[in-house]
Every structure is written in C-alpha cells, then in structure tokens.
Design a protein around this ligand. Structure first.
Ligand code: PMT
Length: 402
C-alpha cells in the first residue's frame, strides 16, 4: 500500500487550463492509496467535465454551496470534516486572492475556511500574474496562516510565455502530499495497543460485553504503524481487518487481555489502552448452558483486573496512555483516572453523544497529560488517531519510562 493508504483527500479544482491535469492527479493520489473527493468551481467545469472527475474518483463531484441534494448526501461541513487534507490544484490567481481574503462565496472557499485539515495549493497562472505584487502578497498571507504551497513550476506556458506559473506535475504533487504523511514520528518505537470489547462468559453461549466496535483502537494501530512504530494490537472480539504492518493478538476476556499485555512488556515503549474492558465478570462461568427456571435470576460478579493500571504500575513501565469513556464530568473524571492509574496521558472521550464514541466512525476527545491538554473536535476516528499519535510523539521523549 502507498503512503496515502486510507487518507481522505479533497481535491479542489479551479478554472485554469491546467484543470485537465487534475484527472491525472486523481489517479496519482489513488495509486498511493488515497480516497479522493473532488470539488470544482464553476470556472473549472469550463475546462474539464465533472463527469470525468466523477468517473475517475468514483464519487459524485461537489460543485455548489447551496445545493439541497448535495447537502443531504454529504454537506460542505461534513466534507470539511471528512478531509485529512484539502489540495487545490490548479489554484488560479483569482482563487488564491479569494482564499487570502477569507471569502466564503462558493463551495471550495467555504470548505477551506471550515476545515481543520491542512490546505495545500498548487498555483497555475500566467507568469505575469504570478509575479504581480497582489499575488505575491496573497501567497505570503496564505503561507503565514499555514497554507502550504506546491510549486509553481517554471517553463513554457499555455499562452506561449516562459516563466514561473505552470502547475507542478501531478506525479510530483502526489509525492509532495504523500511526503506529508510519511514522517516517521515513532520510528522503531515498540507500541502496544488494546482495542475493542472484552467478553465475560456466563455459560458456553452467553456473555457480558459492551458496544465497542474496535474502530478507535484499530485506527490508532494504523496511525502508529504509519508513524513507523512496531505495532502490536491486542484486540477483543471485533469484525475488523488487521491494519497493514500491524501484528494482531486476539483475545476474548479481560483476563486474556491482561495476559497478552503482560506478555508484551519488556518489548514495549508505548502502551495505549483504548479497549472497553468489562469491569466485572461472573464469579464462575457455568460449564453447561444455564437453563431457564425461576422468574428472577442473580449473577454474582467479581472485579476484573485493571489492565492499564497494572501495566503502568510495573517497575519497567512503558509510556502509558489510557482512555476514559465518560457520560458526564468528562474531563474531571478523566483527570482523576490519569492520576489514579498512574498514566502519562489520557484521552477523555464523551460517549454520551450520538455523533461519536462507541461504534461510530467519528469521535471527539480531549487529550490530557500532566499540565497540558489538546482538544480535538468531532472528526473521523482515523484523524483523531493521527492527532493522538502526534501528541504522544511530542510528549514521549519528555516523559521516559519511570
Ligand atoms: O471501539 P469503538 O466502537 O471505536 O469505541 C471507542 C471507545 C469508546 C471504546 C474508546 O474511544 C474508549 O473510550 N475506550 C475506553 C473505554 C473504557 O473502558 O473506558 P473506562 O473509562 O471504563 O476505562 C479507563 C481506562 O482503563 C481505559 O483505558 C480502559 O482501557 C482501561 N481499563 C478499564 C478497565 C479494566 N479492567 N482494565 C483497563 O485497562
């Protein structure tokens, strides 16, 4: 798989002759594993048809800001959240000016304002327009705000002029984009993560469990492997495919999970506990199926071991990150767990909302550590996972194992 595996790229196309190259760019991004959604300005549709981009990207092309049908399918805010990256190629002088002015008078400019993802622009215009002080000022302003510039290239232009202003070649743009994601933040670090639910058997056919799908933990495993970590995923029973370059250990119960986690100690620099571990298990699982008899039934439960607290209390503890799934007082309860379980970091996860938490593709969280916090608004679990890995990578050297 390429370095853009599963990355969500919104490709914005504006109205210049280089728009035809956007078709090749879609292919180049997809070949590296990216999922691409295309947004076109009206001008762009004069140079290349939306149908071409729809056929290549495999998704409907987004064109209008005020479009009931499009908003019902994937609205502009949803698109802004979906994006891991917004790439505008080609970006005309007019689009660059409107972006610099903070305009939101069409879908693409609105999306660029609304997204929290990195915005990249690949300018394409006549060399005189590129050199004009107005364009120079607009570019400087965008760069100052964090927008990244790809190109332009120098050479012969469609109008016959020679100079700077050609759009960078699609293959080079795709390589630039892939380069953004291939930073080896955790190169060679050994990272172990727990994910999914546990099942605590009542009898051979019944168990106590919860709604965890494993999506959050699997996304973290993927982000860790992308960041260069040697990643082991200890997973409860879920129906998800193992991410590339991740070693997976399947377990059923909390006790199994603890055993698997302890077996990794000594070969683990960073431990992340995202699993929703059952706090209690039946005192004894019946050997045979329990038969229906009286109206009421009582099951005696006993506390399960706390896996993350056990790992964090060891003499050779790794950098230990927990999660706190809460429905109220989210941040204060999470901080209490950070301290009580002797963690280096905790992800406070409000699981009372319908938009994030258990089994959703999205999540919102506050990442907390002693003296610091990083609030991540509702986004995809993939994106939250990458932010968590970046936050861990930034903190890890500062807090080596005790
Ligand atoms: O799997 P998904 O559907 O994607 O949902 C993701 C999630 C909501 C499960 C995940 O984001 C999350 O919040 N995971 C933590 C769930 C949880 O059990 O939280 P807790 O507050 O009960 O536990 C606190 C911490 O202790 C967690 O790191 C947990 O893994 C750990 N723990 C808890 C009990 C136990 N016996 N052993 C533990 O290690």
């Amino acid at each position: 798989m390429g370095q853009l595996f599963n990355r969500h790229v919104v490709l914005g196309i504006t109205g210049g002759i280089a728009a035809y190259k956007a078709a090749l760019l879609v292919r180049e991004l997809q070949e590296r594993g990216a999922k691409v959604r295309v947004v076109m300005t009206r001008g762009a549709t004069e140079f290349i048809t939306p149908l071409t981009l729809q056929a290549l990207s495999g998704n409907p092309v987004h064109q209008e800001l005020l479009d009931n049908e499009a908003e019902a399918a994937m609205g502009h805010i949803e698109l802004a959240r979906w994006a891991d990256l917004v790439l505008v190629a080609p970006a005309t002088a007019d689009f660059i000016a409107r972006l610099a002015a903070g305009r939101a008078d069409d879908l693409l400019t609105t999306l660029c304002l609304a997204t929290s993802a990195q915005v990249l622009v690949a300018p394409a215009m006549n060399q005189g327009m590129w050199k004009d002080p107005a364009t120079t000022d607009n570019i400087a302003m965008l760069e100052q705000r964090g927008t990244r510039l790809l190109g332009p290239a120098h050479g012969t232009q469609a109008c016959g002029d020679i100079g700077p202003g050609r759009m960078r070649e699609p293959q080079l743009i795709a390589e630039d984009v892939a380069g953004l994601f291939s930073r080896d933040l955790l190169d060679g670090r050994r990272l172990v993560i727990t994910a999914g639910p546990t099942r605590e058997a009542l009898d051979p056919v019944r168990y106590i469990s919860n709604h965890s799908s494993g999506k959050m933990g699997f996304a973290i495993a993927r982000a860790a492997a992308d960041a260069g970590a040697i990643t082991t995923l200890i997973s409860g029973p879920v129906s998800l495919a193992t991410p590339d370059r991740v070693r997976r250990v399947d377990v059923i119960s909390a006790e199994d999970m603890l055993q698997a986690a302890q077996a990794e100690l000594g070969q683990c620099d960073i431990f992340i506990a995202s699993a929703a571990v059952a706090d209690y298990r039946p005192v004894a699982a019946a050997e045979q199926k329990i038969k229906k008899s009286s109206e009421h039934m009582q099951i005696e439960l006993v506390r399960n071991p706390d896996i993350v607290a056990t790992i964090a209390s060891g003499a050779e503890r790794p950098f230990t990150v927990g999660f706190a799934a809460e429905t109220q007082n989210v941040e204060s309860y999470a901080l209490a767990k950070l301290q009580k379980k002797n963690l280096d970091m905790i992800v406070a996860n409000d699981v009372a909302t319908s938009e994030g938490g258990f089994n959703s593709d999205n999540n919102a969280a506050v990442i907390l550590w002693p003296g610091g916090r990083n609030e991540v608004e509702l986004t995809s679990k993939e994106q939250l996972a990458r932010i968590l890995i970046e936050t861990i990578a930034a903190r890890y050297p500062a807090a080596p194992a005790a």
